[in-house]
Design a protein around this ligand. Structure first.
Ligand code: FES
Length: 252
């Protein structure tokens, strides 16, 4: 109410043609004009407020932008991908893949080489793999048994009579048919493993019904060529790998 009165007074003071003796319609019109002026003033004030708010927002944004602009941002332009650099990039990729493959292959080869070097037999083991026998120390008609790779080896220096006896046998009648020539390199020297082919016992030399070897475990008889002639053993005594070097017999 006080505000309305103030407005009215202001309107009166602004109008030069008003007088104290104004009529009721005139007063009404004055009042209407005053109200309209008040509404316009309010509108202007609102608009001004909005504008002030917007200006404040813009001002704060500008301030923030100015603050951002003060930050020292590094220049990354030299790291940017150059146009048409695809070919160079591909070449570099291929080169890297090739280099990686080469390094991997070299590493694998070194690993395999080391592994094989460790797995292969050493010199002392290889020396034990072979046995050397002085043949001149074995008289004719005598047996010698040596140990080779943990197994007994029978060496028989056969006489001519024994060779003839071995060749007289009817091969087709044998359980494990083999001629004497197939079992020896030199007819005077019979070399074979001293392991019974039945269950692995060691037969006795110059024994049995056929003048060769006899296995007492289950009664197998072998002839002068080491062929099974009687008993449960299924096969002839095994012939190992051997060779002659001068007057030496090399087994293995
Ligand atoms: S092991 Fe020789 S006969 Fe059985």
């Amino acid at each position: 109410m006080a505000s309305l009165a103030r407005t009215f007074a202001s309107s009166l003071s602004k109008r030069t043609y008003t007088s104290a003796s104004a009529s009721a319609p005139a007063l009404k019109r004055f009042y209407s004009i005053a109200v309209n002026n008040k509404e316009e003033e309010q509108k202007n004030r609102n608009a001004s407020g909005l504008m002030n708010k917007s200006l404040n927002t813009i001002s704060s944004q500008s301030t923030m932008q100015m603050r951002h602009n003060t930050t020292n941002i590094p220049d990354f332009s030299k790291y940017k991908k150059v146009k048409n650099s695809g070919e160079a990039s591909r070449t570099f990729t291929y080169m890297m893949i090739g280099a990686t493959g080469l390094v991997s292959a070299a590493g694998a080869q070194a690993t395999v080489t080391d592994f094989l070097a460790n797995m292969s037999a050493s010199a002392d083991v290889l020396a034990l793999a072979k046995a050397e026998v002085d043949m001149s120390a074995i008289p004719e008609g005598k047996n010698v048994t040596i140990k080779w790779r943990g197994k007994p080896v029978f060496i028989r220096h056969r006489t001519d009579a024994e060779i003839a006896e071995a060749n007289e046998v009817q091969v087709s009648s044998l359980r494990d048919p083999q001629t004497d020539a197939e079992r020896v390199k030199d007819p005077h020297w019979l070399v074979m493993l001293g392991v019974c082919t039945h269950l692995g016992c060691v037969p006795i030399g110059e024994a049995g019904d056929f003048g060769g070897w006899y296995c007492p475990c289950h009664g197998s008889h072998y002839d002068i060529s080491g062929r099974i002639r009687q008993g449960p053993a299924p096969l002839n005594l095994e012939i190992p790998e051997y060779s002659f070097q001068d007057d030496k017999l090399i087994i293995g």
